[in-house]
Design a protein around this ligand. Structure first.
Ligand SMILES: C[S@@+](CC[C@H](N)C(=O)[O-])C[C@H]1O[C@@H](n2cnc3c(N)ncnc32)[C@H](O)[C@@H]1O
Length: 247
């Protein structure tokens, strides 16, 4: 059985020394949730190690990873004013926890292919702690995203990190965006970077300087126009359907 190291406090000392800004305060307030998630992840370590998450890396073992604070802050900020968040790639629920801590009244629709046995228990834990705020769909994002009919204030893409996988997730989530939707793409290197560039609908506006960095992106002007047209078409279709139903 794979045992991943952790200190007795799971890295709480790092969190206690963070500045008292929004993300620092939230991480302190929510640290017990992080520890609960880590405990749920331990039994399946042989399935997932060394795949990291927003709060841990192979380097930190099961402990909180302070060198990723800047990307945690970026996701937290992007979810602060978001009423609706979409997440692809849940794993142990670290980024999901950040999104939930960022705004007390948001809802998060999230999905994961379920590659690891702990994802469902971690989601169930967060659903119990943040009632009514997490809708989880287990399956392949390439099949699920086309079935989603809603728009989101923030879209976090952190699932299949291959070039083709990210390209497909970006393409499929464009129709779920509004003109001011904030996109966060994790592990902004290699395939992810190329996929963002090749899809061409997103403009990267910030890349924090930290380990395993993410990026913040917005729709380009051309993509905003396309989103507006799609929303108009959808409204027209809905009106036509309503008229047909009434006749
Ligand atoms: C890097 S982990 C996500 C980390 C997570 N956001 C966190 O902070 O802990 C990537 C996750 O994406 C999932 N995944 C991979 N391919 C996927 C796909 N095609 N559709 C949905 N989820 C996928 C994996 O099962 C894994 O749990």
């Amino acid at each position: 059985m794979t045992q991943v190291k952790h200190s007795p406090d799971f890295g709480l000392s790092h969190v206690l020394s963070l500045a008292d800004d929004d993300v620092g305060a939230a991480l302190r307030k929510g640290f017990h949730h992080f520890v609960a998630l880590q405990r749920l992840m331990m039994p399946t370590a042989s399935e997932w190690y060394p795949c990291g998450g927003y709060m841990m890396s192979p380097h930190s073992g099961m402990d909180y990873e302070p060198s990723m604070l800047a990307k945690q802050a970026v996701l937290f900020e992007a979810c602060k004013d978001a009423k609706t968040v979409l997440e692809v790639g849940v794993h142990g629920g670290h980024s999901l926890l950040l999104a939930l801590l960022a705004n007390d009244s948001s809802t998060v629709v999230c999905m994961d292919i379920g590659a690891y046995g702990h994802t469902l228990p971690c989601v169930r834990y967060l659903q119990s702690q943040f009632p009514g705020r997490v809708l989880y769909i287990q399956g392949d994002s390439s099949a699920i995203l086309p079935l989603v009919h809603a728009t989101f204030d923030t879209i976090h893409i952190d699932g299949d990190h291959s070039y083709d996988g990210v390209k497909q997730d970006i393409t499929n989530s464009l129709r779920l965006a509004k003109k001011d939707t904030i996109f966060i793409l994790d592990d902004y290197y290699d395939g992810v970077e190329r996929a963002v560039r090749d899809v061409g609908a997103l403009e990267v506006i910030h890349v924090p300087n930290c380990a395993w960095t993410n990026c913040v992106a917005l729709l380009t002007d051309a993509a905003k126009d396309a989103a507006k047209d799609a929303a108009k078409d959808a409204a027209k279709d809905a009106a036509k359907d309503a008229a047909k139903d009434a006749a």
